[in-house]
Design a protein around this ligand. Structure first.
Ligand code: GUN
Ligand code: ZN
Length: 437
């Protein structure tokens, strides 16, 4: 078999450190005229064009992206693929929104053909937005997970996904049982976890829709195999928190409900985490779990304001990624998500989100949040070649704005505030170009 070589030339940016604990400009590495050499889907060399050029094999063509900015592919740490068809559904807060729009939409995924069609459209949208890895909720139906992983495998993306577990407080069309949920999850884990680039997440929807017995089962499953993920929702709205307190009167907090079930630890991904107190955040830090900040969703449903700089404070930092949370989120674009995260940081008071911090959250930080920083999220030898090529001149407004920019941070800020899918010039997955404008 001939080895698959590829090479990308252009300005690239990557991270040498965490801009939440060091000056942002020191954390960002900019290679003005860079070359990224790829073999069999992995980055083998990267650096200044003049230094890497002699290493390019004769049979390898160099794809040149002048006037672009190449970054590691974006990482979406929280998204629901079956909800794409109900994005932007009017007028309800979380619990009524789930009942009126989401549960009926998810019931349709009993039909595997429908699941396949939506999964296919979802993957295309992710790639059009420069997203190369996501932690994805499927539905309660195991075939919705097969449909998703089959599409991801076809493209070669590194994805985390799982079957939703819910055995109460939902229509019977989207409910399972402790036993069925267990059996289906075990079969899916055997089929998909570490199958190529695919990874499995045990996925209890949240404490309101799982009995204590089902949460306990999910905890046992989470610990049953090495490197499994767990994803759920935590403290997204005040009404939800009040309902959880009523359903679990013997627990000291919402986080404690999950902790007692064995669901809090490394590779546990909690969506939202808006209503957490200092004690909870210390617990998250000590347990090394992850919070997923979903600003477009929190603004769309009116859920509340995530305190990013409290969560990531140097004294007890909690791993944090960005999530689009479509369909409560209103965009699959990590650029749009960064823009709303900036605005939410203003509403939270205190520190304002810096553009370099935002891009870190969407790439290297997202990879750390998923415990996958040794594989994705930066441009470095030995990492998987998932790349996003940004065009900062894609729209008339951006072009005008970028003309007056003097620094990379300023260009990145313009891109995140004004950019969208039109700025994603190309997306590369595992060394192959899978989207191009
Ligand atoms: N909480 C429980 N389920 C969901 C969901 O599907 N979306 C959001 N945003 N929150 C949830
Ligand atoms: Zn969600």
């Amino acid at each position: 078999l001939p080895s698959r070589h590829a090479a990308l030339r252009g300005c690239f940016i990557t991270f040498r450190g965490n801009p939440f604990i060091m000056p942002p400009e020191d954390a960002l590495h900019v290679e003005e005229d860079g070359l990224i050499l790829i073999k069999d889907g992995m980055i083998t060399h990267c650096g200044p064009y003049t230094q890497v050029r002699p290493l390019v094999p004769d049979n390898c063509t160099i794809t040149h992206y002048p006037d672009s900015i190449i970054t590691a592919g974006f990482i979406d740490t929280h998204v629901h693929y079956p909800q794409m068809p109900v994005t932007a559904s009017w007028g309800e807060e979380l619990l009524a929104w789930l009942k009126h729009y989401v549960f009926p939409a998810e019931a349709r995924f009993e039909d595997k053909a429908l699941a396949h069609a939506v999964a296919r459209g979802f993957m295309t949208e992710l790639l059009r937005n420069g997203t190369t890895t996501a932690a994805v909720y499927c539905t309660v139906h195991p075939q919705s997970v097969d449909a998703f992983f089959e599409e991801s495998s076809r493209i070669g993306t590194r994805m985390i996904a799982g079957k939703v577990l819910m055995d109460r407080n939902a229509p019977d069309t989207v409910r399972d049982t402790v036993q069925q949920g267990y059996a289906d999850s075990v079969a899916l884990i055997d089929r998909w976890h570490k199958n190529g680039r695919q990874l499995y997440a045990v996925t209890p929807r949240f404490a309101i829709t799982s009995t204590p017995e089902q949460l306990e089962m999910a905890g046992a499953l989470f610990k049953s195999r090495d490197d499994l993920f767990m994803q759920t929702h935590l403290a997204e709205t005040q009404q939800e928190c009040a309902d959880v307190a009523t359903l679990f009167p013997n627990r000291s907090s919402y986080l404690d409900v999950y902790d007692k079930a064995g669901l809090v630890g490394p590779r546990a991904l909690f969506g939202h985490g808006i209503y957490l107190n200092e004690h909870d955040l210390q617990h998250c830090h000590a347990a090394d779990c992850t919070l997923c900040h979903c600003p477009t969703s929190n603004l769309f449903l009116g859920s509340g304001i995530f305190r990013l700089f409290d969560v990531t404070s140097k004294a007890r930092p909690v791993r944090t990624g960005l999530g689009t949370d479509v369909g409560a989120g209103t965009s699959l674009s990590l650029l749009a998500t960064m823009a709303e995260a900036y605005k939410v940081s203003l509403l939270a008071g205190g520190t304002k989100l810096h553009a370099i911090q935002a891009f870190w959250l969407a790439t290297a930080g997202g990879a750390q949040a998923l415990h996958l920083a040794d594989k994705i999220g930066t441009i470095a030898p030995g990492l998987e070649a998932d790349l996003c090529v940004l065009n900062p001149n894609a729209t008339p407004l951006l072009k005008q704005r970028v003309k007056t920019s003097k620094t990379m941070a300023d260009i990145l800020f313009a891109l995140m505030m004004l950019g969208d899918d039109r700025c994603i010039q190309a997306t590369w997955v595992h060394g192959a170009c899978v989207h191009e404008i």
